[in-house]
Design a binder for this molecule. Structure first.
Ligand code: SAH
Ligand code: SF4
Length: 343
């Protein structure tokens, strides 16, 4: 619920509206996980709220760490037994949480572990908020505050638009988690009508687009939604987004050996993005066990980046966190299912 929804619910229950703000503070400032801890709230209200607005929507199943404790990955179970995953990445200057917005994903990208599962269901806004709250508790035990949120876990946020926006409004609320819009990033495989919808939203959130290839033939193989929204159509929507918001868009590009990492491809990518207000994040592929794609060697990654930069495209190489714990893109959940299947 948003704060306004909570207020009307509490008024309906016969209590003054200011109680909502108190509850909100306990939930999102103190990060309590039980209504019993909200000592200034009347016990009958606490009991009712525990049923109509449960605080724990997802249960932690297990947590694993990597990168000398700087990457913490949590697996959660929803009320109906679905598994989802959330990753906390600690950097010297920031602490970023990567949340899931769906169980599985319907887009089915060729290199993605989540894509292999198909879509089980959308997560609701509360289940996405709960991942941020759980991660904030995790960060707090390490003396850190969460600074950034990226929707780059399982699922396609723009195919779960209503709950994604509900989630963003809740974590953005200044009386609650108070995460600034510029610290929130939505990543999409390119759902064009929803990119237009996002451009019309009043919030200044960041948009990242998973491009992965500069040509339709190859992009359709890697990111099947490209058949519905081909590159020219996608680029037009991004131009509209930039014109409307004035915001720089990032492009994600997972580099795969012998697939999309040639010098010619880098030149074509630079040509496609020339003069666009953008930034490219090159992500050396996280190989998935059962998929045939591999990560290029460091020299070809650097060569690819150099060609983009020479073409005037701001480019960063982002090595994934948590490779040794299958931290990226649906891999922990895949492992948990393997464990369950084997036992
Ligand atoms: N569905 C959204 C957001 C979640 S995926 C999207 O596709 O953008 C977040 C990012 O991880 C995307 O850029 C996606 O293409 C990338 N990704 C998926 N599988 C990967 C893998 N095995 N290695 C590297 N990046 C991967
Ligand atoms: Fe879905 Fe994103 Fe994975 Fe593609 S990369 S299957 S859109 S989660």
């Amino acid at each position: 619920m948003s704060l306004t929804e909570l207020e009307s619910r509490i008024v309906e229950l016969g209590y003054p509206a200011y109680r909502a703000r108190q509850v909100w503070g306990w939930a999102y400032r103190q990060l309590v996980s039980d209504y019993a801890e909200m000592i200034n709230i009347p016990p009958p209200l606490r009991e009712t709220l525990a049923t109509v607005a449960p605080l724990t929507m997802i249960e932690p199943v297990r947590t694993v760490t990597a990168d000398d404790g700087e990457t913490i990955k949590s697996l959660y179970r929803t009320g109906d037994g679905e598994l989802l995953e959330t990753v906390l990445m600690l950097y010297p200057e920031r602490a970023t949480v990567c949340v899931s917005c769906q169980v599985g994903c319907a887009v089915g990208c060729a290199f993605c572990a989540t894509g292999l599962m198909g879509l089980s269901r959308n997560l609701n806004g509360g289940e996405i908020v709960a991942q941020v709250v759980g991660t904030m508790r995790e960060a707090r035990t390490r003396g850190r505050a969460l600074t950034n949120v990226v929707m780059m876990g399982m699922g396609e946020p723009l195919q779960n638009y209503v709950e994604t926006m509900r989630f963003i409004r809740i974590i953005h609320d200044p009386d609650g988690l108070d995460l600034g819009a510029r610290r929130i990033t939505i990543s999409t495989s390119g759902i064009v009508p929803k990119i237009d919808a996002l451009a019309a939203e009043p919030l200044q959130i960041n948009l990242a687009v998973s491009l992965h290839a500069p040509h339709d033939e190859q992009r359709s193989e890697l990111v099947p939604i490209n058949r519905r929204y081909p590159i020219a159509v996608l680029m037009d929507s991004i131009d509209r987004y930039i014109a409307k918001t004035g915001r720089r868009v990032s492009f994600e590009y997972a580099l795969m050996r012998g697939i999309n990492d040639s010098e010619a491809t880098a030149r074509d990518l630079a040509a496609l993005l020339r003069n666009k207000l953008c930034h490219v994040n090159l992500i050396p592929l996280n190989p998935v066990d059962v998929l045939p794609f591999e990560r290029p060697d460091p020299a070809s990654i650097e060569r690819f980046a150099a060609i983009l930069r020479a073409g005037g495209i701001p480019t960063t190489v982002r090595y994934s966190r948590g490779l040794d714990i299958d931290a990226a893109c649906g891999q922990l959940r895949a492992k948990e299912e393997g464990i369950r299947a084997a036992s």
